[in-house]
Write a protein that binds this ligand. Structure first.
Ligand code: SF4
Length: 357
């Protein structure tokens, strides 16, 4: 089911865990599938990332001090799960969005994944969130030909020094990223949408430059070209010591920029063809006690992955659960069957704590 395939390269390396056999693909944020009850299905093939962005909401990359495991899921496991979930939803306009708690570009089987997902009946669009850093021109062409319709490119600054600072990585080269975007536009059928994170006080001057760049490169042929993300500090994420913008302030700034650049920056659900679709069933409620087997480490320190003992064999109805317990109990807990109580259930992501063991 799970196999340890290595360690990350930092001093205190994290376990890299490969998911090689059927395991519920719904239930954790760290890998698999996230369903929000719409026609967009988020697919998360890996949590690995080579960058360490200073604002990263999921605290990924070599500089992370709060992760103790990374995951990589085999293509077949993911594709089987997506096929079953698309059938369950009964929707003919599904968009698969490849994303996750890492950089999808680190996934070694990305071209196969895109190709197989595109062949699923009902899947219309495949998009991917990426910083492009792991790709070259040949790989971009292969991805496009495999059926990737849209690259959501995270680019937070045009100025090379500022971009390097935001990426938390000395080697990050935004000029190369821009050349790759130009290559996609000029040589492939895929579209590009820029998705910068606006960190107030850090890249305010860069946001207008990114909008101008999007216009100059003529990205956004099928979709609005720039989707600006508001910096929001998260529980496990890396925090930037800045004053967070309120949502009101953020949208006012976007409206001002829309006027200034004559561009749409606040898209509607129709622009991205997002609509409600049959959600996956909620399997457990808060307070439920579930008997599970602890499989391995969870993504963050003091988290474990757990598999309920009772399973149906269906990705629609089975869930993986994250159990919060001290990392010092690793040797005792892994492999054990214990009872856990569900303490959080949001969008079919389950967090639990041990009741007894
Ligand atoms: S923001 Fe994305 S690219 Fe940057 S460290 Fe986090 S996961 Fe990696």
């Amino acid at each position: 089911m799970l196999r340890e395939v290595g360690k990350t390269r930092e001093k205190v390396g994290r376990k890299i865990i490969r998911i090689v056999e059927e395991l519920p693909m719904v239930g954790t944020r760290a890998f698999g599938i996230v369903d929000m009850g719409t026609n967009i299905i988020e697919v998360r093939p890996t949590s690995l990332c080579p960058l360490s962005c200073i604002f990263c909401s999921v605290n990924a990359g070599p500089k992370s001090k709060v992760r103790w495991a990374e995951y990589i899921v085999d293509v077949d496991v993911l594709v089987n799960a997506v096929r079953e979930i698309v059938r369950y939803k009964g929707c003919k306009r599904v968009e698969i969005h490849i994303d996750g708690m890492g950089e999808p570009g680190t996934y070694p089987y990305l071209v196969d994944l895109v190709q197989e997902l595109k062949n699923i009946d009902g899947v219309r669009v495949i998009s991917m969130q990426t910083r492009l850093v792991t790709f070259n021109e040949k790989k971009l062409l292969e991805l496009s030909e495999a059926g990737l319709d849209r690259f959501n490119v995270s680019i937070d600054a045009v100025d090379p020094e500022k971009a390097r600072y935001l990426s938390g990585s000395e080697w990050y080269n935004v000029e190369r990223v821009i050349r790759l975007v130009k290559y996609i536009v000029d040589n492939t059928k895929s579209d590009v949408v820029f998705t910068p994170v606006w960190v107030p006080g850090i890249n305010d001057d860069e946001i207008p430059k990114i909008i101008e760049l999007a216009k100059n490169l003529r990205i956004g042929k099928r979709w609005p070209p720039v989707l600006i993300q508001k910096y929001v500090p998260h529980k496990h994420g890396r925090k930037v010591p800045v004053r967070e913008m309120s949502w009101g302030e953020f949208f006012k700034k976007l409206r001002d920029l829309e006027k200034k650049f004559n561009i749409k920056l606040i898209p509607s659900a129709e622009d991205f063809d997002i609509h409600k679709e049959r959600p996956l069933p909620q399997v457990f409620k808060k307070g439920d006690v579930v008997k599970v087997r602890i499989l391995d480490r969870g993504i963050f320190v003091n988290e474990y992955l757990a598999l309920p003992i009772k399973l149906t064999g269906s990705h629609v109805h089975d869930r993986i659960i994250t159990v919060i317990a001290s990392s010092k109990l690793e040797d005792v807990l892994i492999g054990q069957r214990i009872k856990v109580r569900i303490i959080e259930n949001r969008n079919n992501i389950y967090i639990a704590e041990p009741v007894e063991f």
